[in-house]
Design a protein around this ligand. Structure first.
Ligand SMILES: Nc1nc2c(ncn2[C@@H]2O[C@H](COP(=O)(O)OP(=O)(O)O)[C@@H](O)[C@H]2O)c(=O)[nH]1
Ligand SMILES: [Mg+2]
Length: 418
């Protein structure tokens, strides 16, 4: 096995992904493509991972424009969706590619990204051969910065604070003999200092969430965000649901988007369908912050008051609540209003798993006349961003459920920039 591995890495050169063959070093030119892999702290959920993606994608977008060879040839390898703590695993395939949830072509119009399975096929490996990563950097926070409270942008190879992982992305066949811990404080672009000082073909950055945003909330940030169009089939399922149950169409709601996100225009006149979209985050949220999360009865009261104020009849509820909690909420509201929840068929659940169902919930909330989210939930944040892209007035978007009628905090407002 050792010998085979050596041959693969010793004789084959990496090459571009589209239509090119990997070939022997002597016989064709050595490709300059380099691969940047990344992973995120295991307990982080889907919607924070989307934010970490943006930090990396903005870095890759920047690198692509660089005049330096070696920097402008970097492609980001997308970590497959696996082992997410909120998802149950018996039903889902172990490794879900990004294209199940997102429109890959749309992502690639912003940044040079490829799927992990493409990376493997570039390596011309099958699941029995080893992928040896040239350099692995496990990011960690500077201990002393937290102690002193003085934060300065820097990076430095230091002693590992935790025992380094030996398996990556839960693959049995991906390893490295060159693993370092990199204390890091600063934006993702700080990684350039490291990338330009190595000629490694494959670099893996673990705990990528340690890197901060380079340009939170500016034009480039929003380009990256706009490029994150969902998988077309998921969009279609959500549209059908809106049409069938919620009287909601793009024409009627003024929520048309261009086929290509690069042609989107700033607007603020979306009306949305005649329903309120509510994101009610429960489970670990309700357990870990009982002093902030409203009771189900209270949520019902807040929704009723809002429906009455907006003179609407329908409410769509996206939630990870238990059936018991949801039934409680529904029975209270149903006395006066129409209550909807998206229930996937077995086929859709099988095909898109819990992640896809959650996205359908997010899309339907995004197209509502008025959105009411859960404070501090990244699931709700992503819906708010989607509504900024669709062009809703901000007061219809940045609203969160209160603890009760008397205790309510203002949500932060992050407006889109073009
Ligand atoms: N279908 C569905 N799933 C949800 C909903 N809210 C939360 N979830 C699930 O729970 C996870 C919550 O984790 P995360 O994405 O980290 O968002 P956050 O924890 O609210 O910031 C999501 O990824 C979903 O899998 C919801 O309204 N509908
Ligand atoms: Mg989370």
């Amino acid at each position: 096995m050792r010998i085979i591995t050596f041959i693969i890495f010793g004789l084959f050169s990496f090459n571009g992904i589209y239509g090119e063959n990997v070939c022997y070093k002597d016989k064709c030119h050595v490709s300059s493509t380099r691969y940047l892999l990344y992973d995120v702290n295991p307990p982080e959920g889907f919607n924070l991972r989307r934010d970490v993606y943006m930090r990396i994608a903005i870095l890759a977008h920047q690198l692509q424009k660089s005049t330096r060879l070696g920097l402008n040839s970097i492609k980001v390898v997308l970590p497959p969706w696996s082992h997410l703590i909120h998802w149950s695993y018996s039903e889902i395939p172990e490794y879900v590619p990004w294209s199940t949830f997102f429109d890959l072509h749309s992502l690639q119009l912003f940044a040079p990204v490829i799927e992990m399975h493409d990376f493997f096929s570039i390596l011309q490996q099958n699941k029995y051969t080893k992928a040896i990563i040239d350099n692995v950097y496990i990011l960690q926070h500077f201990d002393d910065m937290f102690e002193t409270g003085k934060f300065v942008d820097k990076l430095e190879i230091q002693k590992c604070q935790n025992p380094p992982k030996v398996r990556y992305f839960y693959y049995n066949n991906m390893t490295s003999t060159n693993v370092k811990c990199l204390s890091f404080h600063g934006p993702a672009s700080q990684l350039i200092q490291l990338l330009q000082n190595t000629s490694s073909k494959t670099i893996l950055v673990d705990h990528a969430e340690v890197m901060l945003h380079d340009r939170f909330g500016d034009k480039t940030y929003w380009m990256a965000r706009r490029s994150m169009r969902f998988n077309k089939e998921l969009r279609k399922i959500a549209l059908k649901f809106r049409e069938n149950y919620l009287n909601s169409t793009d024409r009627g709601d003024n929520t048309f988007l261009e086929a290509d996100w690069r042609n989107d225009k700033p607007k603020r006149d979306a009306t949305g369908g005649p329903y309120i979209g509510v994101h009610l985050r429960r489970r670990d949220f309700a357990r870990s912050r009982p002093e902030e999360v409203p009771s189900i009865e209270n949520v019902a009261d807040q929704i009723s008051a809002l429906l009455q104020k907006l003179q609407l009849e329908k409410v769509f509820i996206a939630t990870d609540a238990t059936k018991l909690e949801y039934d409680g909420l529904r029975s209270k509201l149903e006395q006066k209003y129409e209550v909807y929840r998206y229930e996937p068929t077995d086929v859709i659940k099988e095909k898109f798993n819990e992640g896809g169902v959650a996205i359908i919930d997010q899309i339907i909330c995004s197209y509502s006349r008025y959105f009411l989210g859960t404070k501090d939930s990244t699931f709700s944040y992503r819906i708010q961003e989607e509504r900024e892209i669709l062009g809703f007035p901000t007061d219809r978007t940045f609203n969160v459920l209160c603890k009760n009628m008397h205790e309510c905090s203002e949500p932060s407002v992050w407006k889109i920039v073009y």
